[in-house]
Structure formats: C-alpha cells, structure tokens
Design a protein around this ligand. Structure first.
Ligand SMILES: [Cu+2]
Length: 626
C-alpha cells in the first residue's frame, strides 16, 4: 500500500514512527492498523508515568504517556488474583491512578487528598489488592487535568469461570477527547465565559430560519421563554469540537484505527468513553450491535443500532458479519462537529464509507422539563449574580486556577491516613453478581422505604449564586435515548433496555433515601449538589452495611455522568432483581434517576460528575462509609 505524505504525517502523529513501520511491513499478518496500546498480563505490573510530546494536529503539545503509550497499556487481570501495580511518577507534579469501577479497599482507590496522598514526583506507589470482579473497565488519573492530556488506559478483568460471553476475538475501543489548548487555560476560559466553546448560540440567522419554519408568533414566544430562563436551547456541551478532536485508541480519524474482522467471526468490542467532557454516540453503519455488558457487568443481550456513552461508561458489544467487507466505527460527540472513526475490515487497508454527521441537537422546553420551571433570575438581580463570591482559598494542589477541588488539599492535611487500615475492620463486600452468587433476602421485619416523591420537599436546597434554575418537573426519562438521538431512524440503546444477566446480590429494601439535586450556575461555570459546591459541602455519611437509595435530580440543562467510587450503583429501571449494576449513570437534563447502593466497603469515597471541568468547578462530594 503506498503511503502518501499526508498519511505519513498523520501516521506519525497518531502512532509514532515505530508503529507506522510495523503497520506498513506486517500488514499481511497484522490484526490492527494504527496505534493499539500494548496488552499487559499477569499479576505484577510496572507503569511509568512520563511527560511526552505529541502531535495530533501539526503542532507539538505536552502530553502524558504511560510506558510510552497514549492511551496507556491495556492491563489484563484475572478475577481471583491479587494484583500488584507499581506506578512510578516521572512528572514534576503529583499524580495518581484511579481504577474506575473496580472494587478496591479505599486506600487503593487513587484519589489524592481523599483516599491516599497521591504519588509525589520521583516516587513509586505500589497498588496491591485482590481482584473480586470481572469485566471491561478503565483507569485514569484523578489529579488536576492529567486525564485530559493522556493519563488513562483500558482495564480488562477476565472471569475466573467460563466467560458467559462467547466471542472469537476482542478489541478495546477507547475513545477520548484531545485539545491543543492547555487544560488550565481551557478551564480558565470556561470560568471567564462559560459558552466560550459553544458556537451554536442562536443568532439572527437562526431566528429567520425559525420564523420561516414555525411562524413569527411561536418563534418570538419561544425566544421569550428561553430568554426568561437565561438559557439557550443550543447549550449542548461546554467543550466542543471548537477545540477538541476525538481519538480512538489514541488515533485521529485520518489515521483510521483498523481491526481485523473476518466474515462469520463474533467480535467483541469493548467501548470505553475515556474522554473528559464528551458524550459519544457510537454506531457501525450496516451492523447491529448486540450489547452484552454495561460498566463491566453482564446484561441480557439487546440488539441496537447505536449507543450513547456518557463519560466513563463502558459497553461491550458483539458484532458479526457474513459479508467480506469493511465497516466504519463511527463516533459522534453529542454536540456534533468533528467525529472519531475507525474501521473493522477482513483485510488491512480496506475502508468503508463515513456517514454524514447528524444535525446539531437542540434542547427543547419539554425535553428539559422546564415547562413549569421556576426561574430564579429575580434573585440574580438582587446583586448576587456577577458579584464575586468568597472563594475557598487553600493550597492549590490540583494546580488548576479557580478550581473548587483545591479544597481537597486542605482536607488531606486535616485528616491524614484515616483510610489506611479501616477496610480491615469492615464487613466482606458483596460479590459481583454471577452465575453462582446467592441473593441476600430481606428480613421480614425490615420496613419499606418511602418513595422518593414524598421526601423531595424536605431537601434543604441552598439558594444563592451557585443556582440559577430549579427544575419543577423531573420525571424519570429512562426510555429517552437523549438529545439528538430521538427520531433518527435508528434503534438507540436506552437505560430502560438494560437488564442484568444475573440477579443482584442484595435483595434488601433501602432503609433511607439520599436526595441530591444536581445544580449549577451555567454563566459562572459553578457546579455542585443542592446548590453547594464541594468546598462548601459536608460529606455524605453511610453506615457500613446499610442499603440506601440515591435520588439524583438534575436541575440543570446538561447531562451529568455521575460516578460513585468504591460501591456499585444499581440502576432502578423496573428490572426488579435484575437491575443493572453500574459505576456511572448519565442523568439527563431535568431527569430524576434513582439507584440503590449497598454500603459494603468502608472508607472515604468520591462521588462526582465525571465531566472533568464540572468536577473541578465543584460537582463533587465525599461519601464516608463507616
Ligand atoms: Cu456535570
């Protein structure tokens, strides 16, 4: 295959010269083209975190690689093993690795300032813990913006027993967002002007279009409604293709990461949304996707055309074709713009058509549950908006200017090493549901909890400049695939489709409900829970062994992929005993999502929005299980 100059440059950009040479000369036998991170197996792993330069766009930029790779190597563990991972920090700042979705003792969870001190420059930290689950997961830094510049990788845990999912070959498809802008600058831009990267705000041009299609009266009424709520239906994402390009296993779309796909073979694709700020819509035109696993837990197979992955979610799918042809793995960010792309092909070098991009989605009033949304602009006019709130000042360990998370360094000094031994005193965590797990049945004396609706009025919602809107109508929207995906002619996976393959292990009713409003001030880029950002909020306390219901109510106009560390979140989606176990849950605008949590592992756990800059801006709580 001739290598054009353009392809050569892109190849170098994506994969480095070595990988290109390998791809060029071993094509007859190659299973992939482009950079595919190395797969490391065994029980002992050495990871070196190093500064590197990359060139994805024609400009050299600072990045972080792990063992010379971006994303880092794929770690393959085996359920039942005890693994040791020695992580050496060659950066000039603190680093960490968090094992996303993995049930570990709290001091192995890798959140600097919360569960351990972080890994100082020049130091090696040895993670060591038993692996008590299987499935597809990933790992990433939990410090500053390191995740944005490459510090992440895939993690596969093979089941100890026979895998219930049959496949002939499998590939990790790790998706990420990359910007040439320094992440601290990017965050600063959002703080200064929250729509800095949103070029889709309504303009005179769209006004004329709307008048043509909807008529003057309804267009003006629509504008007045939106105007009054101080929002724009074009607010889809905070950070968009205006600055991002999107990578598949560290490859640009032009580098076209390609994987071998022989007719008749069942191929398992392990999709991981390893981005920082981007919800991805994934499809393979011409091929149905049979979803078999969500967030590392097996689900009853469901056939769809398209999947939306919230940040940090994973989905495993089986694909199979009986034709000798290539297929495009096509990935659109929710706010459209640019795409990520790869290819499945029976022979390396084959390509398939790239479909046109879907239109830019708009939020609608009904979509948002904002028919009847009380707007709190009155308060903003009382001099609270735009005035400077006293910000928490402390040693800024994260290094991110204006970061709400800087409070965490203070916490670390206040509460040293509390978690290091307390997992030893805890109960045995519940196992991951599997073919042989028993179900703990509730005691007859156990009282039923009240439905969430009856408690909502009791939430003390903090009112202040951190909150500019409150949704009055927040129904569950589990059957709704999400904005931009309704009516696109394709069958899109929804949360209502997810039914676990195995029964949940904790059959007890929750004994209490914890209601959290996801709140924000879009203009000032402040995010939090119940109107408070992290630095203003108290931890949430759970009693070791108790079972609780979290009720997440999104009062904002954006999706928030919520991640609870250390414990499973069992999504309540009418699947009864087969409620899917998740580690990350998308809460759509004006949606209410509930999940059950068994507080079976003691420690200080992070609970946060997985949009990196929302977390930095305060959408983070500590959950203490003791
Ligand atoms: Cu968020």
């Amino acid at each position: 295959m001739p290598v054009s100059r353009r392809r050569f440059i892109q190849g170098v950009a994506a994969a480095g010269l070595a990988a290109l040479v390998e791809g060029r000369f071993n094509q007859a036998s190659a299973e992939t083209i482009g950079h595919s991170p190395a797969i490391l197996t065994g029980t002992h792993f050495d990871l070196a975190i190093e500064p590197h330069e990359v060139d994805f766009t024609g400009r050299r930029r600072k990045a972080i690689k792990i063992n010379g790779s971006l994303p880092g190597p794929t770690l393959k563990w085996r359920e039942g093993d005890t693994v040791t991972v020695a992580v050496t920090n060659h950066l000039s700042e603190v680093t960490s690795i968090h094992w996303h979705g993995v049930r570990v003792p709290a001091d192995m969870d890798g959140v600097p300032g919360l569960s351990f001190a972080g890994i100082a420059p020049g130091q090696t930290f040895v993670y060591r813990f038993p692996v008590v689950q299987n499935g597809t997961y990933w790992y990433h830094s939990h410090h500053g913006s390191q995740e944005q510049i490459g510090l992440s990788g895939a993690l596969i845990v093979e089941p100890r027993d026979k895998d219930p999912i049959a496949y002939d070959r499998d590939y990790v498809v790790l998706l990420s967002d990359w910007t040439d802008t320094d992440p601290y600058t990017l965050y600063g831009n959002l703080k200064k002007q929250s729509d800095y990267y949103n070029f889709h705000k309504r303009t005179a041009g769209t006004f004329v279009d709307d008048v043509t299609s909807k008529g003057l009266r309804s267009t003006v009424a629509d504008r007045l409604r939106w105007g009054r709520n101080d929002m724009s239906p074009a607010d889809i994402a905070d950070v968009t293709s205006a600055t991002y390009i999107y990578l598949m296993n560290g490859n640009t779309p032009d580098a076209n990461w390609t994987a071998l796909f022989n007719p008749g073979e069942r191929v398992r694709l392990r999709f991981i949304n390893g981005s920082t700020m981007t919800l991805f819509d994934v499809r393979i035109p011409g091929l149905p996707l049979t979803v078999v696993q969500a967030d590392g837990n097996c689900v009853q197979p469901v056939k769809v055309d398209e999947i939306r992955l919230g940040v940090a979610e994973t989905y495993d799918v089986i694909v199979q074709s009986h034709e000798d042809k290539a297929y495009t793995i096509y990935v659109q960010p929710e706010a459209r713009g640019r795409y990520a792309r790869g290819t499945l092909a029976p022979r390396m070098g084959m390509t398939a058509e790239i479909p046109p991009m879907d239109p830019y989605p708009n939020r609608t009033m009904a979509d948002m549950g904002m028919v009847g949304m009380a707007n709190m602009k009155g308060m903003k006019m009382n001099g609270m908006s735009g005035s400077s709130m006293p910000e928490t000042k402390s040693m800024d360990m994260s290094g991110m200017k204006d970061s709400d998370m800087s409070a965490m360094s203070q916490m670390q000094m206040d509460q040293p090493a509390e978690t290091s031994s307390d997992h030893l005193a805890g109960t045995t965590p519940f196992p991951q549901p599997g073919p042989h797990t028993a179900r703990l049945m509730p005691l007859p004396s156990q009282t039923k909890s009240r439905p969430a609706e009856t408690l909502e009025g009791e939430v003390p919602l903090h009112v202040g400049p951190e909150v500019t809107m409150v949704a009055m109508n927040t129904p569950p929207r589990l059957h709704d695939p999400g904005d931009g995906l309704n009516g696109n002619g394709r069958r899109v996976l929804t949360y209502a489709d997810l039914r676990a393959l195995y029964r949940g292990v904790d059959g007890r009713q929750p004994t209490r409900e914890i209601i959290l409003h996801l709140t924000g001030n879009m203009e000032r880029f402040i995010w939090g829970f119940d109107g408070r950002k992290f630095s203003q909020a108290e931890p949430i306390h759970l009693k070791l062994g108790e079972r609780v219901r979290f009720v997440l109510i999104n009062d904002t106009m954006m999706e928030h992929p919520m991640h609870l560390h250390g414990l499973w979140s069992e999504l309540e989606n009418c699947s009864g005993e087969f409620a899917p176990y998740k580690h990350t849950l998308i809460v759509k605008p004006a949606e209410r999502v509930t999940c059950l949590v068994s507080a079976d592992t003691p420690g200080r756990w992070a609970f946060h929005c997985h949009l990196l800059y929302h977390m930095e801006a305060g959408m983070f709580r500590t959950v203490i299980v003791s």
